[in-house]
Write a protein that binds this ligand. Structure first.
Ligand code: ATP
Ligand code: MG
Length: 183
């Protein structure tokens, strides 16, 4: 049987993706040690499942979309290099307006632990959007990179989606397996 690489994510409004992409381009677009995440790929990961039996994808998709429960508001927060001491990615934190986002993440994680044999991460959920990735073997020193201020934005999260990630030479392509709106 073939395998599908799956992750559950929250989709951002198009204007927010566009603002984030342009901020990242201004901040690190000229640096060869980093590659920008394409604008259409910008998202907030809730749970990364990894490689799964392709035949289970649709059922896992139903488990995920059933977790949606109404609107979620968030704002763009600080720029964060992760992990701080040895960064692999440049991200922007998402600041939640209330408990709705972390509750959604807990529900999705719970559902996947119970219904899909997922091993939960023991790190706390820290919502962030990855905007650039450090290329293999390269190193970045955040103290030497001056980033422009992150644009301010407060918005409703658009949708909850189970994605299939298809690795490719020019970067991964994401395909929605199941999606539900959050508005
Ligand atoms: P590429 O790997 O081609 O650079 P990508 O990282 O966006 O692109 P995936 O590796 O399939 O594509 O990752 C999909 C999503 O899951 C991304 O948000 C990524 O940060 C997250 N992710 C990937 N691997 C892990 C992991 N081991 N633990 C937690 N999240 C992960
Ligand atoms: Mg990856």
């Amino acid at each position: 049987v073939s395998a599908a690489r799956l992750f559950a994510a929250v989709d951002l409004p198009g204007e927010v993706r566009s603002e984030l992409a342009s901020w990242a381009r201004r901040g690190v677009g000229g640096r060869s040690e980093l590659r920008l995440v394409p604008e259409e790929n910008l998202h907030l990961t809730l749970v990364f499942l990894g490689w799964r039996d392709e035949e289970d994808a649709a059922r896992i998709g139903s488990l995920v979309v059933e977790c949606a429960a109404g609107p979620i508001e968030a704002s763009l927060g600080d720029a964060l290099w992760l992990a701080p001491r040895r960064p692999h990615v440049l991200t922007v934190a998402l600041d939640a307006a209330d408990e709705a986002l972390s509750s959604l993440q807990s529900r999705v994680q719970e559902a996947l632990v119970r219904g899909a044999g997922h091993e939960p991460e023991d790190r706390p959920f820290r919502p962030h959007v990855t905007v650039a990735r450090v290329r293999g073997r390269e190193r970045v020193r955040p103290s030497q990179i001056e980033l422009p201020p992150v644009p301010r934005a407060t918005f409703g999260l658009r949708a909850l989606t189970l994605y299939r990630s298809r690795p490719g030479p020019g970067g991964s392509r994401y395909e929605p397996v199941a999606r539900v709106g959050l508005a």
